[in-house]
Write a protein that binds this ligand. Structure first.
Ligand SMILES: C[S@@+](CC[C@H](N)C(=O)[O-])C[C@H]1O[C@@H](n2cnc3c(N)ncnc32)[C@H](O)[C@@H]1O
Length: 185
């Protein structure tokens, strides 16, 4: 299975959807993401922080059929994972081997993408999380951000909500916490 293949690849699985968690906590996260995706039905999902592409593998498991665009500066870990995903994925997989800088991701965001959604799970520092929030927030797409339970991420979300038209829609019940942010109507 794809998850087993990914687990054998090099890299630290801490903080990933399928490693570094108890099974019960992982399932809570997966269910929260699955519900958000079925609610907004994105054509394109942008991710920051590919790592072992477990999020992409999860998209495969739930039958996603759009395009998954992901980036990670750690090419040595991410690229082999993306190759494994591409063997099975029935959706578009684009890997941008760099940080989520506007000169890279910004260009991809300008293409026609239909309904977009973001999964932020890259640089968990205050400035890194705020950067990613602003990057996707410009396009008014629903945003899922992982590790809302971390002070750095929580503070970035708080400042992002203060400066934009976004609101906090819901928070997952697992111990790491995913926040779903959506534009106010
Ligand atoms: C927690 S892991 C991602 C887990 C993965 N999204 C999943 O669901 O299994 C965090 C990853 O973010 C990457 N990262 C760090 N800074 C980044 C940045 N500025 N942009 C994108 N990715 C970054 C790290 O190299 C690391 O691989």
């Amino acid at each position: 299975m794809i998850i087993d293949k990914l687990k054998y690849l090099r890299g630290n699985g801490n903080g990933n959807l399928y490693e570094g968690h108890s099974k019960e906590q992982s399932l809570l996260q997966q269910e929260f993401i699955r519900i958000a995706i079925s609610r907004f039905k994105p054509d394109t999902i942008f991710e920051t922080g590919t790592n072992k592409a477990y999020f992409g593998a999860f998209l495969h498991e739930i039958g996603f059929r759009g395009t998954y665009v992901t980036c990670d500066p750690d090419v040595d870990v991410s690229y082999p994972s993306i190759e494994v995903l591409r063997e099975v994925a029935e959706f578009g997989v684009e890997y941008i081997p760099d940080k989520s800088s506007s000169s890279n991701y910004g260009f991809r965001l300008e293409l026609p993408n239909g309904q977009m959604m973001a999964w932020i799970d890259g640089d968990h520092s205050y400035s890194g999380a705020l950067y990613d929030l602003r990057l996707f927030g410009r396009y008014n797409m629903p945003i899922l951000i992982d590790d809302y339970g971390m002070d750095s991420v929580l503070n970035a979300v708080f400042d992002f909500l203060n400066e934009t038209n976004y609101k906090l829609d819901s928070v997952s019940t697992d111990n790491r916490q995913i926040a779903l942010l959506i534009p106010k109507q």
